[in-house]
Design a protein around this ligand. Sequence first.
Ligand SMILES: [Zn+2]
Length: 203
Amino acid sequence: MRRLSRVLVVLAVAILLLVVTGAGDYLAGTAVFYARLAKLYTQTPDSKIAMPLENVTKSRIADTWQAPRGAGRKHEGQDIFAPRGTPILSGTKGYIFRVGENSLGGQTVSVIGSGGRIYYYAHLDRYAPGLEVGNRVTTQTVLGYVGTTGNAQGTPPHLHFGVYTLNGAINPLPLLTDRTAPSVTRNKPAGTRPRGRMVSRRI
Ligand SMILES: [Zn+2]
């Protein structure tokens, strides 16, 4: 009995330490995030991706999938051109998987979605405020803003958008769908209705 009570005291102290240091919250948060990721892997990947930039239509994207990029490198995504500072919306539901800088992509955000697919947004001028790994996102969530960071320095501002399956990169273009006015306005709070839908002028 005495040994059991000693074990309980040690456990209680350990738990207290975790709570006091905040490590308990961190571990609990991490466990929840991994549980969410595990669930995503069981789901079918999205067959449609909403255009990450609101006022750009699919027809305006010049297909550069697998275009040579020097040194044997090929373009593993699509470039979507827009003025610097244009908000970048998540093309899918999911969770923020990574927020960070690398030499090619500059400031980047990766979102993990159904099927464990990774949606990669690069060359960001800046991140959306408060963006953190583990945040749940929808197609209405702003991830950041169009820029020229990484190897896009000196080029017209654009979003580099990549889609990575468990077997590697795939062409995002066939999956991209134009945002239409109803889907954009449906989940938006009043007063933030976007103006000037280019979509409505298409034939
Ligand atoms: Zn690119």
